[in-house]
Every structure is written in structure tokens, then in C-alpha cells.
Design a protein around this ligand. Structure first.
Ligand code: SF4
Length: 681
């Protein structure tokens, strides 16, 4: 084989608008795994013709074409440029899109040999070969050591290729024996040159593979085996250094499902990263089990430049921890997260609900933990509905009981990429739970599946777009579980015809949630101040591009990034400095809407938040009460002190006196104490 066409798995989702998708830089760069495969082929002297499916999808939509025609059009493009072999990578979320493209390609160019690889093709290899006659080969498992024999003899003597699924001359499916796990020390540098043009903030270095645990919901062990492997520290540091110095990535994401389970190794890695000239001062992040972190390690992580850690907590119930075989100690997890935050390390804390054995009160415990994280400045909580992914123990145990009910887990929501055409391929998914288990339902014994689904959708979008409004709603009602139930009840009286994830990702949901919060009697005190501010943000979101441009020109705002208009909460969480002012930014907007001259705006008490990145200071207007809440939850005084330094640095850009920061903070605390949201003790 002299050349191959490689096609990456899709990850884009059309729950986000095209405008939003276009701003997700990572969609434009090829996925890391395809860069690894590209480099392996290049080392063998095979020319690679790489197609990034997400990018092609964006181009397709951007040219005004219907999503429904994407698979066929993209297959046409591949047919024109594909050489004799086309290789597709795969993940569970979007497997039907991958198969639909491959099927179209084979229909257009029957002589092309279609090869599948990756985690999901491996987990479903035999079923895929049985059902998809257009797939010629599946190269299962880790392919480092089988690519050479495949590229040499895939047609002449496929029986020599380790881990290959293929058909013999009688169309019988044959499966070759797998080889031993590859030597991770002997891997070429991934084809980083192919993601050089996308101005990404960080990129990945593979730190190793395999996990010694076997949590029931996880398929990692199925693909990589339970043999835990770590690449040599020097190799990891070399690649990180190349990414930083040659390609300009300012931070490194270390890729490993469970980077360290030995305290000793983790400590020595942190020290090596910190003291080695290749990585000194270079930021990094990773995924760790909570029980691999101690307070000492948290400090070392911070000292070494580790900015954030992904921690899968899964459930707030100790009993369910045992049932799902994750076996974390909940109290210890809380201490670990405290330690990380104490040393300034951010956390992404992931939860799941919808386990078959989970009781209602155990869901409540998970939501309580989720809410604790929602109130932490340095935590980003996530929650999903359990999905019985192929290759997991849950799939194996329940595969005879899975059913299809269209309530697809957000863990598989990328599978609804092109959801407007998913009906087109619905038959494919409905006919084969063996191939598309991630889209199927597990039977739940104690909790309604609809509640689990709506709850995770609600939290995903409420927390993303209106995090502090959600926090305030829980303050008012007393419990996140109850807020969800109350909102779902309220939802019955609303008018949006959208359903499921499409509803929650839409403006309709934000409108409804705002109206719901405004109805909570306990939140009346905030109505004029805080709720109106959210109203302003929603109104700003619905402005046309022309109106928005005109607004920017008319208002005193120095810069507004339209692409993140709705992430007010995230921006309020960023380093910020609050000042009080006599003019309201929202008044400026109203004035613009009415066509009044800006100079006619009446003075009123308001606040501005100054947000700084390394190059610019941005101004955002908020109400006094919102500012007060932000300051309080920002651990105000510490932040204010740090930002006074920043303010001095940018003194020429800032209006008024820096001393106002402290006054503003004290005012905010007084307001919160007066309204009962903070207690003096
Ligand atoms: S969830 Fe994490 S710890 Fe559990 S098996 Fe998967 S990778 Fe390992």
C-alpha cells in the first residue's frame, strides 16, 4: 500500500448552532488519535490523505447545504479523492454517521477497500462485520504493531495481520489472533504538524494506556486491557516540549484514562515536570482518580504547573460507589477536591445518574454533591445519564434488556450529530443495539428514566448559561433535586414545542428558566437587579449581527466577544474586578433599541466588571446585586487583592480609583448579609 485516505470520527453536534460550532476551535483540528495513526503510516512510507469529518461538516453547513445531505456529499468528496484504501476511525457516539459515510463511499466506489479502526469498531467488530457488508476490514485493538503487516499484505495474505477481522474467498468472517500490547516507547511523534494552523490553547501528549480498575460503566479495559502502561517520563516531556517550542501550544493535556494510581510516581512526575528545562513553566492538565491524590500531591501538582484535573466521581452515594465498582470514598473525594482548590488547581468533576440499581435518594445525594461543586469557583461540575456503551460490563450484563426510547444520554449526544438527519438512519440504530448500545436505554428499577434524562439536560444547560441563577434557585428552594422537580412541573405550563436536548440547548429554555426563577417567591428580592440582568443578556443574544455591531459602536464597551455572549457566568468567574458606576450598560442597550441618543441616559446605580486576559481588559456591565454576588462567590477579598495589582498594571485603561474595589466588595458582603444569603458567622 502506497497511500491511504484517513477519515476521522465526527464529534460535532447540531444542538449547537452553526455560529457556535464555528467558534469551537477543536472541531477544526483533527482528533489526536488520527494524528497518531497518520504518524504511524508515515513512518511506514505510506502517504496519508487526511479528512477531518467535523471540519467537512462545518463547511457543508456553511455553504448553505442541508445537514441531511452531508453523509452522501462527503462520501462523494471521498470517492473523488480516495485512493484504493479508506480508513475510518470510530467512537460510540457517532458510529452510525461513520458507517453511513462508509456505506455511501462503497456504493460510489465499490473497488475501494474500507477499513475501520478505533475503540468502537473494536468493541463491536464481529457484529459490524456481520451487518455491514461494505466494511472490508476491521483492525481491532491497539494497531501500532499490526499496521506494518496490514499495509504490506492486506489483500494478499490478510491472515498475517494481527487483530484483523476480514472475509475469506467464501465470505466467511475470519478473526486473526491479537499480538501483545505495543511498546509505547517506540512511537513516532504524532502528526502535530496537521493541527498547527488552528490557534489552539492546548494539545495532547499521550502519557500511557490502560487502567487496572474495572468500573462497570467504563469500556477502557475492554480496549486497552487492564495492563496499566506509562510512557517514560522523558518521552512525555520531549513531546510536550516539541508541542510548546515548535508548535507554540501554551499548555499540554496529558492523555491517559487514569494517569497515575501510584502516589510515588505521581509525585516524582510532578517534580520532574517542574524542574526539567524542557517543561519548566509549562502548564498541563490531566485526568486522575480521586484516590490517587493526597494533600501533598495537590500542592506538588500546583507547583509543577498543573492547572486542572478531571475527576470522575460518578455518584455521591457510597452504596452506589460499591455497586458500580468505582469504589471511591466520598468523604475522601471531598477532601481531595478541597486540597486541589486550596492550591489553585481547577477541577472538572464528573457525575452520572441513571444506574439500574440507583434509588431516588441516591440520585439526590449525587445532585447535592453536584451542587456543592457548582458553588465552587474552581470547580466545573458535569453530569450525564449513564449510557450502556459497548465494551462496558453494564452492556454485557444488560444487553438482552436494552430498549430504544429516543432518550439518548448526553454521553452519546454526539451520536445525534446531524440530528436532523438521524431519522434518515434511525432504522440502522433501531435494528442493531449490538452496534449502537450507547443510544439505548437500561432498565431502571427505582427512578423514572424520563426524570434522569430531563434532569441531566436541564443541569447541563442551566449550569452552562445561568450558573448563578441556578445557585440562587437552590438557595431559595433548599435542594437541587427539588429545583429540578419544580422546574419540570413548571415546564408543563410553557409553550415551547421543542423537546429533549434540542429544547434545553435552545433560547426557549433560557426564557423559561428565567421566568421560573422569577416565580420563586424567595427570589423576589433579586428580581429587579439580578434577574433583569439575565434578561438583558438574553436580549443581547437575540440581537441581529447588524444590531450588535451598531451597539458595539454606540456603547462604551471596549470589546464584546459575541461568541460567548451567553456564558455570562463563566466570564464572571474569570479574573474580574468590580467597580460601581452611575450608568447602566443595559440602559445603554435600551437606549439603542429605542433609538434615543446615548447622552440622554439617566444615571442609575450599576456596576461594571473588568475582565482581563494577558493582552486586553474587557468591560462588562452588570447590576449592583449581580456584582455583589459575584464578588462574594469569587472569594472576594483574595481576588480583589490580586486584581488591584492587575488594575495598577492596566491603570491607564481603568476609569476611577482602584480603591473602589475594596468598597465594592464590602458593599456586596453587606448586601448579601442583609438579604440573608450570607450569615455573619
Ligand atoms: S472509569 Fe476510570 S478508573 Fe474506572 S475503569 Fe474507567 S478509566 Fe479506570
Amino acid at each position: 500500500m502506497k497511500a491511504i485516505t484517513l477519515v476521522s470520527y465526527p464529534t460535532a453536534t447540531d444542538f449547537d448552532s452553526l455560529d457556535t460550532l464555528k467558534h469551537i476551535k477543536y472541531l477544526k483540528a483533527p482528533p489526536f488519535s488520527i494524528l497518531v495513526v497518520t504518524s504511524l503510516f508515515r513512518r511506514l512510507g505510506v502517504e496519508v490523505n487526511l479528512f477531518n469529518t467535523d471540519n467537512e461538516y462545518l463547511r457543508h453547513l456553511d455553504s448553505g447545504k442541508d445537514a441531511k445531505t452531508f453523509c452522501e456529499d462527503f462520501a462523494g468528496l471521498l470517492a473523488e479523492s480516495a485512493v484504493s484504501v479508506a480508513g475510518f476511525s470510530s467512537i460510540c457516539n457517532s458510529y452510525y454517521v461513520t458507517l453511513a459515510i462508509a456505506r455511501e463511499l462503497k456504493r460510489k466506489r465499490p473497488e475501494i477497500r474500507v477499513l475501520l479502526g478505533g475503540t468502537h469498531a473494536t468493541a463491536t467488530a464481529m457484529h459490524t462485520m456481520e451487518r455491514c457488508s461494505y466494511i472490508d476490514f476491521i483492525l481491532a485493538g491497539e494497531i501500532e504493531d499490526s499496521l506494518e503487516s496490514f499495509s504490506r499484505c492486506y489483500d494478499a495474505s490478510p491472515e498475517d495481520v494481527p487483530g484483523l477481522y476480514w472475509r475469506d474467498s467464501r465470505k466467511t468472517i475470519r478473526v486473526n489472533t491479537f499480538g501483545p500490547p505495543p511498546n509505547l516507547e517506540d512511537m513516532p511523534l504524532p502528526a502535530y504538524d496537521l493541527c498547527d494552523d488552528y490557534n489552539l490553547d492546548s494539545f495532547m501528549v499521550e502519557a500511557g494506556r490502560g487502567c487496572p480498575f474495572h468500573c462497570r460503566f467504563c469500556s477502557t479495559s475492554h480496549f486497552f486491557g487492564r495492563a496499566y502502561r506509562l510512557r517514560p517520563f522523558d518521552t512525555i516531556l520531549d513531546e510536550a516540549s516539541v508541542l510548546n517550542t515548535k508548535f507554540g501550544f501554551p499548555r499540554i493535556a496529558l492523555l491517559h484514562d487514569n494517569l497515575f494510581h501510584s502516589h510515588r510516581k505521581l509525585l516524582s512526575f510532578c517534580r520532574k515536570w517542574k524542574n526539567d528545562s524542557r517543561t519548566e513553566g509549562l502548564s498541563w492538565n490531566c485526568s486522575l482518580r480521586a484516590d490517587s491524590i493526597s494533600p501533598e500531591i495537590a500542592e506538588e501538582l500546583s507547583n509543577s504547573g498543573c492547572e486542572s484535573v478531571f475527576i470522575g466521581v460518578e455518584t455521591g452515594s457510597q452504596r452506589v460507589q460499591q455497586v458500580i465498582e468505582k469504589r471511591l470514598k466520598i468523604d475522601k473525594v471531598r477532601q481531595v477536591i478541597d486540597s486541589l482548590h486550596k492550591y489553585g488547581v481547577r477541577t472538572t468533576v464528573a457525575f452520572m445518574i441513571g444506574f439500574p440499581e440507583e434509588r431516588r435518594e441516591e440520585v439526590r445525594l449525587t445532585l447535592d454533591f453536584y451542587y456543592e461543586m457548582l458553588c465552587r469557583r474552581l470547580a466545573s461540575p458535569q453530569i450525564d445519564m449513564l449510557s450502556p456503551v459497548n465494551g462496558s460490563n453494564y452492556y454485557e450484563e444488560y444487553k438482552e434488556e436494552l430498549y430504544y426510547d429516543e432518550l439518548t444520554s448526553a454521553m452519546a449526544h454526539q451520536g445525534d450529530m446531524l440530528s436532523s438527519i438521524s431519522a434518515h438512519y434511525d432504522d440502522m440504530v433501531r435494528a442493531s443495539p449490538e452496534l449502537f448500545a450507547a443510544h439505548y436505554a437500561l432498565p431502571l428499577k427505582f427512578v423514572e428514566r424520563e426524570f434522569v434524562f430531563e434532569c441531566t439536560c436541564f443541569l447541563r444547560y442551566a449550569a452552562y448559561n445561568m450558573r448563578w441563577l441556578l445557585v440562587m434557585a437552590v438557595h431559595a428552594v433548599g435542594d437541587l433535586y427539588d429545583v429540578v422537580e419544580l422546574f419540570l412541573e413548571y415546564r408543563k405550563s410553557t409553550t415551547s414545542s421543542l423537546k429533549g436536548m434540542l429544547y434545553y440547548s435552545n433560547y426557549d429554555f433560557l426564557e423559561d428558566f428565567l421566568a421560573f426563577a422569577a416565580c420563586l417567591p424567595q427570589l423576589q428580592v433579586f428580581r429587579q437587579e439580578c434577574l433583569d440582568q439575565y434578561r438583558f443578556m438574553l436580549d443581547a443574544y437575540s440581537l441581529s449581527d447588524e444590531e450588535f455591531t451598531a451597539l458595539k459602536e454606540m456603547s462604551s464597551v471596549q470589546d464584546v466577544n459575541r461568541s460567548c455572549t451567553l456564558t455570562l457566568d463563566d466570564r464572571l468567574f474569570a479574573s474580574c474586578l468590580t467597580k460601581f458606576t452611575r450608568y447602566s450598560f443595559s440602559e445603554v442597550v435600551d437606549s439603542f433599541d429605542k433609538g434615543d441618543p446615548v447622552e440622554n441616559i439617566a444615571p442609575m446605580q450599576s456596576a461594571i466588571i473588568l475582565r482581563a486576559d494577558s493582552e486586553h481588559v474587557f468591560i462588562e456591565g452588570v447590576s449592583v446585586m449581580t456584582a455583589a454576588i459575584v464578588m462574594a462567590f469569587e472569594e472576594g477579598e483574595v481576588i480583589a487583592n490580586a486584581l488591584e495589582m492587575l488594575a495598577e498594571k492596566h491603570a491607564d485603561l481603568l476609569p476611577g480609583s482602584v480603591a473602589n474595589v475594596r468598597q465594592g466588595f464590602l458593599f456586596a458582603i453587606q448586601q448579601l448579609v442583609a438579604t440573608g444569603y450570607l450569615r455573619p458567622d
